[in-house]
Design a protein around this ligand. Structure first.
Ligand code: FAD
Length: 292
């Protein structure tokens, strides 16, 4: 979306999550495993970014990265996130653990855990849970997929149902359960009930996974939005590569490149609101006083 306002242009057309060529160019060939978190994302194809770069705009933000969220790949609804993994373990398609599932609170750490999922074969993993997760108060809030869990009466049955090597999953579970030690388990706060002597460790809520029924959900990383975009000044004016404002060109929202490495929760809509308002006010004021 580009608004022409008082003889100025405000670019507000989002990132490039819907553009397979830009995704591959900036994020890499594995981005074939990344899809936008909802269907509208396919319409954000980076045209505003490319047009601005073509008139010497300066890029900003981490072009090689994106806001990652863990979702159920079986689902077609918007944002079918699966955030229950702190109460289970994550295994890849070889039945191996590959990350600390609970380095801290899930809202602060889900993006980093999801990036580890993206690195696995086919960009996919499974969260494996036992009956205990259903006793976590309000646990359903952490499962927004419309698809049912894969359920089995035994760990071996679950391995067969999700198609990971049975012996590998059983060995992973046995090693994990052996590393669990008793502690003051508190499901709704960081409890430091951690595994001992296990690599990778699980830092909180590490209870043995041994109580039927066993549940699993497939998880892939999805792309909420891309991090790379345009550089603006505090008046939302797009800057060129010498740091000078490009006459009459503004940007607002996701198209402004901001983030590096990790998304700071709840700042994205805020960025659109703040810079959209500033861009409109600045463009109107400059028009009124006849300068751009
Ligand atoms: C599922 C989901 C959950 C989210 N949750 C949060 C949250 O909890 N908190 C938070 O802060 N942020 C959240 N975000 C991120 C936030 O919603 C976006 O960063 C924000 O909406 C971006 O606003 P925008 O106006 O810059 O871009 P968009 O809302 O993406 O709008 C861009 C518009 O431009 C249109 N467009 C694209 N290209 C062109 C073109 N060439 N010509 C004309 N039009 C074009 C698109 O179709 C679209 O309508 C979430 C995003 C998603 C998808």
């Amino acid at each position: 979306m580009a608004l022409e306002l008082a003889g100025c242009v405000v670019l507000a057309s989002g990132g490039f999550e819907g553009n397979a060529e830009m995704m591959t160019r900036y994020i890499g060939p594995r981005s074939v495993y990344l899809r936008p978190i909802c269907k509208g994302g396919y319409y954000n194809r980076g045209e505003g970014i490319e047009m601005a770069l073509a008139v010497s705009a300066q890029g900003c933000g981490d072009f090689g990265s994106y806001h990652a969220e863990p979702i159920d790949p079986r689902s077609g609804v918007a944002e079918p996130s699966v955030l229950i993994f702190p109460y289970g373990i994550l295994v890849n398609k070889d039945g191996q653990r590959f990350t600390d599932e609970a380095p801290g609170t899930v809202d602060a750490h889900y993006e980093r855990v999801t990036r580890r999922i993206y690195e696995q074969r086919d960009g996919a993993a499974y969260v494996v849970l036992d009956a205990k997760h259903m006793r976590v108060p309000n646990y359903r809030l952490a499962i927004r997929t419309d698809k049912s869990p894969i359920v089995a009466d035994s760990a071996a049955g679950l391995a067969r149902a999700i198609g990971v090597p049975e012996q590998a999953l059983l060995a992973t579970l046995e090693a994990f359960n052996r590393a669990c030690v008793s502690g003051d388990y508190k499901p709704l706060e960081l409890d430091y009930v951690a595994t001992r002597g296990l690599t990778p460790a699980k830092s909180h809520w590490a209870l043995p996974i041994d109580e039927a029924p066993f549940h699993a959900y497939p998880i892939v990383s999805t792309n909420v939005f891309t991090f790379g975009g345009l550089k603006v000044d505090p008046s939302a004016r797009v800057l060129d590569r010498d740091g000078e404002p490009i006459a009459g060109l503004y940007a607002a929202g996701e198209i402004i490149g901001t983030y590096y490495g990790n998304y700071a929760g709840a700042t994205s809509v805020l960025k659109g609101l703040v810079f959209g308002r500033i861009a409109g006010a600045d463009a109107a004021a400059r028009h009124r006083f006849g300068s751009k």
